[in-house]
Ligand binder design. Structure first.
Ligand code: NAD
Length: 371
């Protein structure tokens, strides 16, 4: 088994799919490593720390000699064209986004695993890249909010008088939202949070935050949220608007897998917000939870600052890469024996994560969404 890893090609992507610790572990299983020069530089992993690996400066040579390719973000069409027919590719491949990319992978008969599709079952927790990267993203949202807020987060008692703590509202309390809550709480803010899943109430309260009850519950398949009906959306908006109006900071992280992010913070709600308030919209990448979010931009409306940061885990590439690389190792290592890769295609985790194989897209939900 030869594992190939090249520098990520997506603009602004500083993470890396293999770190020295997992490089060592893959080699202990008998795998050879072919890596691009300065592979981990942007995550601060120097070439010399990948002991035992072979380095090359040509992406094409690395791909040609590899039968397992590790990625963070999806490869470009040019990169896919260089991958050997029948090779195995694993990464956060954005499976619902690009039909042409799937066609290119199938044209090369690539066996592709998209970690976004990994079943969220207990056994797969150590492989769950959405969770590891979601934690990084939520933490970054909390930090961005604190850094941009023109108020203290904690309560302060000073000689000049008492400062009230900042009020933070987190909308969407999945993995990222819960990390944003925890981060803002650690900084001393008064935190309220809201999610449509009933289970989120307890999780929010366990972090010491207050649950905003809108009376709308929308648990969907696989522990995810389902899309709300028009009536539910109206009921949610009415109750939520009050909490939004009182907040100094609103952090939004609501997502529905395979769908555009729901718009939850409307223009009308923004008009009712405090002057100088901040919105950090983590869902900017998938359309935004706020009606005025511009992906990757900072916009000001009615003196409310709306931030739409992109690729948040890449802002902390050392730890994000460490966690991600461990997720990849935990997914792959059970199937590497005596230096050979042999998947059990009937395994629930393998089958659930498999996107393409033998020239066809095999994942049922992806096929249904992309048509
Ligand atoms: P996600 O990124 O898909 O969504 C983020 C959050 O947005 C979710 O909590 C969702 O309920 C919420 N949301 C969606 N629409 C909303 C709306 N209109 N208003 C308010 N909130 C809305 O979710 P995620 O963080 O990846 O996690 C999804 C679920 O999977 C959670 O239940 C999580 O606890 C669970 N999970 C399980 C495991 C495991 O057992 N292995 C691992 C990770 C996550």
């Amino acid at each position: 088994l030869t594992i190939g890893v090249v520098r990520e090609s997506a603009p602004g992507e500083h993470r890396v799919a293999l770190v020295p610790e997992t490089a060592k572990k893959f080699q202990a299983l008998g795998a050879k490593l072919v890596l691009e020069n300065t592979l981990g530089l942007e995550s601060h992993f120097m070439d010399s720390t990948y002991e035992g690996a072979t380095f090359d400066q040509e992406k094409s040579g690395i791909y040609r000699n590899s039968n397992l390719i590790l990625r963070v973000a999806p490869p470009t069409p040019e990169e896919i064209a260089e991958m050997p027919e029948g090779s195995v590719l694993i990464g956060l491949l954005k499976p619902f986004e690009d039909k042409a990319r799937l066609a290119a992978l199938n044209a090369r008969k690539i066996t592709a695993f998209a970690l976004e599709l990994l079943p969220r079952i207990s056994r797969a927790q150590s492989m769950d890249a959405l969770s590891s990267q979601g934690s990084c993203a939520g933490y970054q949202c909390g930090l961005i909010a604190a850094a941009r807020c023109t108020k203290f987060f904690p309560m302060l008692t000073t000689a000049a008088g008492t400062i009230r703590p900042a009020r933070v509202l987190v909308v969407g309390a999945g993995v990222a939202g819960l990390q944003a809550i925890a981060t803002c709480k650690r900084l001393g803010a008064m935190v309220e949070a809201y999610d449509v899943r009933a289970a989120a109430k307890e999780q929010i309260e366990s972090l010491g935050a207050k649950f905003v009850d809108t009376g709308v519950s929308a648990d969907g398949a696989g522990g995810y949220a389902r899309e709300l009906s028009a009536e539910e959306k109206a009921q949610q908006a009415e109750k939520l608007a009050k909490a939004v109006a009182m907040a100094d900071v609103v952090i939004t992280t609501a997502a529905i897998p395979g769908k555009k992010a729901p718009v939850i913070i409307t223009v009308d709600m923004i008009k009712r917000m405090k002057y100088g308030a901040i919105i950090v919209d983590m869902a900017a990448e998938s359309g935004g939870n706020c009606a005025l979010t511009q992906p990757g931009e900072h916009v000001v409306a009615n003196d409310v600052n709306i931030h739409g940061p992109l690729n948040l885990p890449s802002r902390m590439p050392t730890h994000a890469s460490e966690l991600y690389a461990k997720n990849l190792y935990n997914f792959l290592s059970p199937w590497i024996k005596d230096g050979q890769l042999a998947f059990d295609w009937s395994d629930e985790v393998v089958a659930g994560t498999l996107l393409c194989k033998d020239g066809a897209t095999v994942h049922a939900t992806v096929k249904q969404v992309l048509g």
